[in-house]
Design a protein around this ligand. Structure first.
Ligand code: HEM
Length: 429
């Protein structure tokens, strides 16, 4: 297998396979997928120079990364925690260590430390807990549709897709739905994870965007934390600040880091999944008809196919701590490996006809929530539930919802984001 094509050997990747180029990520998702398909077929594990990062611009000594493009190889890397760790960074591009520490919480931890912090919060997000709040999510979805159904048109991302996770997470943060703090968290979460996108950077450099927006989330969370230390209540901030796990409480900086992780991981991913769902059903009216024909029977399948097809989180990174072999390729201790979930989700060895959006696809064991192992998404049940409630409510009451302009997509190698989507529907009461 050829995996030697890389800049380190003096051979450059052609532009369409150069994952390290910022311009690669300015191309549409479908174009990028053609490149990933080529990599999967010809160079499933391939070495690339360091990303042209504006977060921490690389110098000539900056190491590159292995691109893992096949479904099974992603699963192998994600599950083999003896060989591959998260604690040395989880993004394809380097971020100053202090910023990682302040913003990623247990996402970038390993072993017992990871188990401990994840353990404090995971009980809030079990499928059973989400089942209990299912009715509440459904009624929030209904309330949002009540608010917008009479308008007949507008940016459906702004009016709906970002509002549902925003309102649900307002509760987790212990802030009022619709309050200024809720809007701050929603806005900051989008901008923080879209550091490369001019709509989100607003003239700032990437690192400043990332750090300032994380700060805004943390300010809200810490103000609430101070409040709930004095007045414990039934919400996640209160729970986290007062929780003891193996006789340990979280320190302030850990609480702040946890809430920037949660504010972004939970809000932004779900919001973009919902935004893309509206785009996909606009582009595939036959699939919308299928859904409407048997809404309850087909909702779950539709949610899974949206997550596979969109791959809202396009990658996560690990670092090898021992020599290993992945997909036949030797990996050295210290090497970075980037698992391309957006590629594994289109792996022809696992998904028949992968570029077809098919809500009846079965089985559909995608990598939308990660590739297994200890970092598998803690909020998968909640995320699924929010998308499901949306599809049911929106396409029952606004069945002719359609886009009226090309959606504005984010330029981003991490999140597959949709910034805005003008839409219209028949107004009613
Ligand atoms: C559709 C929406 C969502 C998508 C696509 C998504 C995707 C992901 C992915 C791919 C990972 C794996 C990280 C890895 O492999 O290292 C992850 C982890 C995580 N997600 Fe989600 N997520 C979603 C919703 C949520 C929600 C609603 C929450 C809030 C509760 C959440 C909280 C987290 C946290 C805290 C982690 C880190 C887990 C750990 O490191 O142990 N996510 N998510």
């Amino acid at each position: 297998m050829s995996t030697t094509l890389n800049n380190a050997d003096g051979k450059s990747w052609p532009a369409d396979l150069d994952l390290a180029a910022r311009t690669f990520w300015e191309r549409p998702f479908a174009e990028r997928e053609k490149s990933f398909a080529k990599l999967r077929a010809e160079h499933p594990v391939s070495y690339h120079r360091a990303y042209e990062s504006s977060l921490l611009p690389p110098d000539e000594d900056s190491p590159g990364f292995w691109a893992i493009t096949k479904f099974e190889d992603c699963r192998r890397v994600s599950r083999d925690v003896e060989s591959f760790v998260s604690g040395q960074g989880v993004l394809m591009e380097d971020v100053p260590e202090v910023v990682t520490l302040a913003t990623t919480s247990f996402l970038a931890m390993d072993g017992p430390e990871h188990r401990q912090v994840r353990g404090i919060v995971s009980q809030a997000f079990t499928p059973r807990k989400v089942k209990q709040i299912e009715g509440w999510i459904n009624s929030e979805a209904k309330g949002l549709v009540d608010d917008i159904i009479g308008l007949g048109e507008g940016d459906i991302v702004d009016l709906y897709a970002k509002m549902l996770p925003g309102r649900i997470f307002a509760f987790f943060f212990g802030v009022d739905a619709g309050s200024e703090e809720m809007h701050t968290i929603m806005e900051a979460a989008e901008r923080m994870l879209a550091w490369d996108d001019p709509n989100c950077a607003l003239g700032r450099d990437a690192l400043t965007t990332f750090a300032e927006e994380a700060d805004r989330i943390q300010e809200v969370a810490m103000a609430r934390a101070d409040h709930f230390r004095e007045h414990p209540a039934e919400n996640l901030v209160s729970w986290v600040v007062n929780a003891k796990f193996e006789d340990r409480v979280l320190e302030d900086w850990e609480i702040a880091a946890f809430f920037s992780l949660l504010g972004s991981a939970a809000n932004d991913t779900t919001r973009h999944s919902i935004g893309h769902a509206f785009r996909l059903f606009h582009e595939h009216p036959d699939q919308l008809e299928l859904l409407k024909e048997d809404m309850e029977g087909r909702l779950d399948g539709a949610v899974e196919e949206i997550l596979r097809y969109v791959s809202p989180v396009q990658h996560f990174r690990r670092t090898a701590v021992k020599d290993a072999v992945v997909g036949g390729q030797e990996i050295k201790a210290g090497d970075k490996l980037v698992m391309w979930y957006c590629s594994g989700n289109y792996d022809e060895d696992v998904f028949e006809d992968p570029t077809t959006f098919d809500i009846l696809r079965s089985p559909n064991k995608h990598l939308g929530f990660g590739a297994g192992g200890p970092h598998f998404c803690i909020g998968s049940a909640l995320g699924r539930q929010m998308i499901k409630a949306t599809l049911r409510e929106v396409y029952t009451r606004m069945p002719d919802l359609h886009l009226t302009a090309e959606p504005e997509l984010q330029v981003n190698n991490f999140i597959n984001g949709i910034h805005a989507a003008q839409a219209a529907w028949t107004p009613s009461k």
